[in-house]
Design a protein around this ligand. Structure first.
Ligand code: PLP
Length: 487
């Protein structure tokens, strides 16, 4: 590493990136390339002799960027957002510069201690109960994704249950969720050895806005207990992926706290997945969406979605860190050290799947310090207001309907079909999605609710302004007119 070479190349790279952001609106939002396009453009093997940075950047411009879907484009309205920001970017740079591997406290005390402090800060901004703070038996940890977060808590819950009822009863353990819960839970159950037939996916419908009904949870639990099964885990969602519904946490929490294991005074492990909507709960007016979190064993939100923190940064809090540690700790000779042996420090390797871990708290710390909670709240409110405006525009056009209640910054909507041909409605909306996305002017995604194909318009890219929302709606209307004319 030559510091002067880094300075020179680093400046060049920052210029390249700043220009990328300046021009970002000129790219088609959704990449329009065909599968395999890049093989045609790049050589078959690595170069033997070094090439210049300028040559590489030229290739990025002409060969890589056409194959990029521009998540930071102000016209990106698909899935959920994945924010970048100046603060997040600077934190990533610093993390890449220090490039330590912070699996144990001793490997970089600042990395572990900053992560504990910053997650305490964020927990306090969300007004999480004190039991989630690192000063007690709990604490926060940065995972790569919400999928890893639910996996590690499921493993902790599984092992906690098995310690009580015996290892050979794993085939009896039952996990509960709704049909709106993210598929990450199914993957976690698969990895965790929970039998597929013991993963209860409880049905929801439009009568509860697709929220998990406490009655159906209670009934499922009673049925399972009557058949000799052992309920051990329940996942509720605040801001479901399809339509941002919010499960009724207080009622679900009450059910989960009842004892189902004969040998225990504890009930189900109650996990809350607030991957997307958790960010909104730093605003006092949206905090009520996580009322009931007091009952939860663990809570997760992705700072990399809607909190200006570059991917990846998924914040997970648990009330009982020892449950995680009992499931995930290893203690090989080559990692032993005085601090760990003395039990006076946190070794985050014992709270996650991999050993190695990056200095991710730096970027979250930078985001919190360089923007402050006041600006972060204003940022969230602005997106929610833009989504409200989009919803108004949809309501003003009688050819469309809003397909689910809007709570945060996602609008679910659809072009209304001929009332006698609902099948055609699904096809029509699918065609509309393909047609608008192929214009390159915006990118939206879809879901299915009550067997209906529904379009999802998720506001949340940092560069999105009202003019982008209005322009996107105009493209949608014009494309719909063309489709209806030709259908
Ligand atoms: N949970 C919810 C509610 C989500 O919306 C998503 C992704 O959008 C996930 C979990 C999975 O997120 P990740 O990619 O961080 O695993």
């Amino acid at each position: 590493m030559d510091a002067e070479q880094l300075r020179e190349c680093g400046h060049k790279m920052v210029d390249f990136i700043a220009d990328y952001y300046k021009d970002i609106e000129n790219f088609p939002v959704l990449s329009q390339v065909q599968p395999g396009y890049l093989r045609e453009l790049l050589p078959d093997s690595a170069p033997v002799h070094p090439e210049s940075l300028q040559d590489v950047l030229d290739d990025v411009q002409s060969k890589i960027l056409p194959g990029v879907t521009h998540w930071q484009s102000p016209e990106f309205f698909a899935y959920f957002p994945s924010n970048s920001s100046v603060a997040g970017f600077l934190g990533e740079m610093l993390s890449a510069a220090i490039n330590m591997v912070g699996f144990s406290w001793i490997t970089s005390p600042a990395a572990t201690e900053l992560e504990m402090i910053v997650l305490d800060w964020l927990a306090k901004s969300l007004k999480l109960p004190d039991e989630f703070l690192s000063s007690g038996q709990g604490g926060g940890v940065i995972q790569g994704t919400a999928s890893e977060a639910v996996l590690v808590v499921l493993l902790a819950a599984r092992d906690k249950a098995l310690r009580r009822v015996g290892k050979d009863t794993i085939g009896k353990l039952v996990a509960y969720s709704s049909d709106q819960t993210h598929s990450a839970l199914q993957k976690a159950c698969k990895i965790g050895g929970i039998h597929a037939e013991n993963c209860r996916v409880l049905k929801t419908d439009s009568s509860t806005d697709y929220a998990l009904s406490p009655e159906s949870l209670s009934e499922a639990i009673s049925r399972d207990i009557a058949s000799g099964l052992i309920p051990f885990f329940m996942c509720a969602t605040v801001g479901t992926t399809s339509s941002t519904t919010v499960d009724p946490l207080p009622a679900l929490g009450k059910i989960s706290s009842v004892s189902f294991l004969a040998e225990s005074s504890n009930g189900l492990w109650f996990h809350i997945d607030a991957a997307y909507a958790g960010s909104a709960c730093i605003c006092p007016e949206f905090r009520h969406y996580i009322d009931g979190v007091e009952e939860a064993n663990s809570f997760n939100m992705n700072a990399h979605k809607w909190f200006l923190t570059n991917f990846d940064c998924s914040a997970l809090w648990v009330k009982d860190r020892s449950a995680l540690i009992q499931s995930l700790s290893t203690n090989p000779e080559f990692l032993k050290n005085k601090a760990s042996q003395g039990n006076s420090v946190v070794d985050y390797k014992d709270w996650q799947i991999p050993l190695g871990r990056r200095f991710r708290s730096l970027k979250l710390w930078m985001v919190l310090r360089l923007y402050g909670l006041e600006n972060l709240q204003a940022y969230i409110r602005n997106h929610i207001e833009l989504a409200r405006k989009f919803e108004e525009l949809v309501k003003l056009d009688s050819r469309f309907e809003v397909a689910a209640p809007r709570r945060f910054s996602l609008v679910c909507f659809r072009l209304l079909p001929n009332p006698n041909n609902e099948e055609f409605g699904n096809e029509l909306n699918h065609e509309l999605l393909e047609a608008v996305n192929s214009t390159g002017k915006l990118f939206i995604s879809h879901t299915v609710l009550s067997n209906k194909y529904v379009l999802r318009f998720a506001v949340g890219a940092p560069l999105t302004e009202e003019r982008h929302v209005v322009a996107a709606w105009k493209t949608l209307q014009e494309t719909a007119s063309d489709l209806l004319r030709n259908s």
